[in-house]
Design a protein around this ligand. Sequence first.
Ligand code: TYD
Length: 201
Amino acid sequence: MMSRYVAFEGVDGAGKSTIARLVTDRLMEIGHHVVHVREPGGTRTGEAVREILLGTESQPGLWAEALLFAAARSQLAAEIIGPALEADKTVVSDRCVYSSLAYQGAGRGLGIDDVRKVNEAGLLGVWPDTVVLLRVAPQRGLAREDAADRISIEGLELQESVAAAYDQLAAAEPERFVVVEADLGVDEVVRLSLKALGERW
Ligand code: TYD
């Protein structure tokens, strides 16, 4: 059975949440049964982990941070995404495992391959078939961010290595990635995202 699991990715402030929401609405209008999720979060366990990860009062070490993101994601895959795909639903996600590869693997310097391995262990094959990378200059993204969290307040240097890692990942997996320039305007970004999904599905 063909799975339909699309994730939106990009640096902080790229507009993923807005675009993921609008794409979800449009897919529902044309008859998809859509389950919309966000990472980290989406389950009770995941939302509790989100508090630890994004609240400014906790200070997890680098591997603790990576493993907490992986833990929240594993729970989301087991509880929500896996069963939704099994039931032939469409899953639209605001972020996915590629955020960890870019932020923890590259941005935090843990290594993309090692971070991929721990995530793979927890995901049991639940992996997005399409990743829409919303590209925006990190500086513009940070300026657009409204609610700063523990990771986005680290500033530009981290976002720049994250942006470079996303480009590298997209180039390495061209069959999975769709790259859309995020400053084309919301309508155009939604149109291009839906067009790419139409071509794949
Ligand atoms: P998110 O809630 O998507 O924030 P925004 O909408 O502002 O982009 O993500 C919160 C932060 O968590 C963001 O700075 C990216 C970071 N993050 C990681 O570092 N690794 C991950 O695996 C995920 C899912 C997010």
